[in-house]
Design a protein around this ligand. Structure first.
Ligand code: SF4
Length: 281
């Protein structure tokens, strides 16, 4: 498996894309890079295709350090970045098989991003009816502007070890303050499990990026929008990753007010849990 060009994860693409294809849902989809790649090859992006054999191969996948979060960390693997895992055309049994994979591979942190958080919540609630939230599954939603803040409300009602928001492409100012509430921990600094208060805890990680690509319709990001979110994150102790500014290619630097890169990750042990007997793990 190739390492990823996406700044905030170690791996993406290849077998991690066991779902390919999608349909647009909101303004952030207007210049979807995955659709552009598909159309370049004359393929129909709106036809969602699932590859269960890739899931089987991921069970045996052996990632190799170094990883972006430093020595001793796990690899961060971004699944389905050319589609949406929670698209209506992805069968529930495929989502279930993915969750079983996450369970079977605790040596990897699995990164999911969706614009369809209602279905994500339903599927995760079903999973958690019999199983605790998966400590190595990072659930995220895209919020490109304030029209889509409702996605965060859905995310915060979803049982998850770690919740994150991708503001990419950021299309306007976004007030994140209401969503960065205190993280609920007990006296040992461990989050309680199977606890509604825990599920309601605020966001753990914020990623900001602008649209890239050759399209003349590319929509620029105003840096003060990003700085406002960065300031709120700093105030509330939530890590922020400034991914990129707008440009013809990905990776154009997006810097803070002091001209520095900001590439923060959630604390490595942010998601320790208690088991049913109350023992920290
Ligand atoms: S949800 Fe994502 S993959 Fe699907 S069309 Fe929108 S931008 Fe593209």
């Amino acid at each position: 498996m190739r390492t990823s060009n996406i700044g905030y994860c170690d791996y993406s693409g290849g077998d991690l894309n066991f779902v390919l294809g999608c349909t647009a849902v909101s303004a952030g989809c207007a210049n979807c890079y995955a659709r552009r790649i598909y159309e370049r090859f004359g393929k129909d992006f709106s036809k969602v295709t699932v590859y269960p054999e890739k899931l089987a191969r991921l069970l045996k996948w052996r990632p190799k350090p170094p990883y972006k979060r430093g020595a001793g960390s796990r690899p961060l693997a971004f699944v389905v970045d050319m589609g949406d895992l929670f698209h209506k055309d992805v069968a529930t049994n495929i989502i279930r098989r993915f969750l079983v994979l996450v369970w079977d591979r605790p040596d990897v942190d699995w990164l999911v991003l969706t614009k369809r958080p209602k279905r994500m919540r339903e599927e995760l609630l079903r999973w958690c009816a019999t199983t605790p939230p998966l400590p190595n599954l990072w659930l995220g939603v895209t919020v490109e502007n304030e029209d889509n803040l409702w996605r965060i409300d859905e995310l915060l009602k979803t049982p998850a070890a770690l919740r994150w928001v991708s503001m990419e492409p950021m299309l306007g100012p976004i007030d994140m303050e209401p969503y960065l509430g205190p993280v609920h921990v007990d006296s040992l600094g461990v989050r309680p499990r199977n606890n509604w208060d825990y599920w309601r805890a605020g966001l753990d990680w914020l990623v900001i990026g602008a649209e890239s690509g050759p399209d003349r319709k590319r929509r620029p990001l105003r840096w003060d929008w990003a700085w406002d979110v960065l300031e709120v994150g700093r105030r509330e102790g939530v890590p922020v990753f400034l991914k990129q500014d707008s440009g013809p290619h990905p990776g154009v630097p997006l810097l803070d007010r002091e001209g520095q890169e900001v590439k923060e990750f959630p604390p490595y042990q942010a998601w320790r849990f208690r088991d049913r007997e109350g023992k920290a793990s």
